[in-house]
Design a protein around this ligand. Sequence first.
Ligand code: GLU
Length: 421
Amino acid sequence: MAETGAQNNPFEIAKKQIDIVAKVINLNDGIREILKAPKRELTVNFPVRMDSGEYRVFTGYRVQYNMARGPTKGGIRYHPQVTLDEVRALSAWMTWKCSVMNLPYGGAKGGVICDPKHMSKGELERLTRRFASEIAPIIGPEMDVPAPDVYTDSQTMAWIMDTYSMLKGYSVPGVVTGKPIAIGGSEGRGEATGRGCMYAIREAAKRQGLKTKGATVAVQGFGNAGSVVANLASKELGVKVVAVSDSRGGIMNTKDGLDIAKVEAHKQKTGQVEGFPGAQKISNEDLLKLDVDVLIPAALENQITSKNASLIKAKIVAEAANGPTTPEADEVLFKNHITVLPDILANAGGVTVSYFEWVQDLQGYFWTEKDVNERLESVMSASYRAVADSAEKYGVNNRTGAYAIAVERVANAIRLRGIYP
Ligand code: GLU
């Protein structure tokens, strides 16, 4: 099936995914309409004083997609290509992610159109604080709780927490998650997305009788999620990571594999993975087509499409990124017996430990890293099994299996609460 530009619009894809599962679970048409519309959207245009002394106006969004199951939850991304439709899609995916993991949250997402790679730390701080104050009326521990996403991190969260706290007049650690530990962050949150993804891969490999020791892995994207899953999967599962990439390009070493700790040090020093000694160059596009056991897209949306899906050779595709695979590509992968661990499961370790962080903040009582990781492991394993069982029961791919659980839970909350007034 050909994909047009409109079909690759992430929000059109998010709505299509709801239509697909609606048929499988026989969802009431009215509820389906409710689930296809974001509840609340805020657009803000705000000035920031740049280092040059000039003012620049930036545009940012916060979309709260659905709050039937609790306060909304989801990250904030900084990227030049952020659009309202992308943020809508990401907020829908957060809704299903929190639901499939059975976290007591709805879904939200935020984004600011900016190019953080070309901004100073001072500019980023001023942008973050002003954006935080612009969205302050609709965030809060009981309402909507942001977190890091693409090109935002624990420092970004510290600035948001401080700005919100200044507006309130007292410290409110539970307004964001993914904070530094010194101000109410959780042990284990920094690596939670990658760690959760590693557990999902381990469980999927177990179910299909694939040995992880020595299994080959390629990772597209070397940020919050990709670098950690590459590292932990090598250390804890014994896989051989043969290729990694970032937005500038990729590297591979199919014979000996890559020493991920050394690649991380190289990236830290030079700002990119390319140029790593002893590795060959590979493009982001070619990396996806490598003959590996596990492929981990850990960058942005729409990487596996109808154009390249038939060329994917991996046995397992673990979506550390949000929305890397289009619905058309999903069909092709399913037909080719490739196991997809869908984003709302595979990268849900991040929001799961965000939930642990929020619980710790609200109680003012903090857990050890061992406690956090053990609880994460048990939630990931149980959710993986529930998703795989659901897919089997309905005879569908894992994404639709996961959506069946997630959408049904949100629909049930809506039915129980009823429609106001
Ligand atoms: N941005 C992450 C995600 O897409 C984490 C969200 C959160 O922790 O709230 O799942």
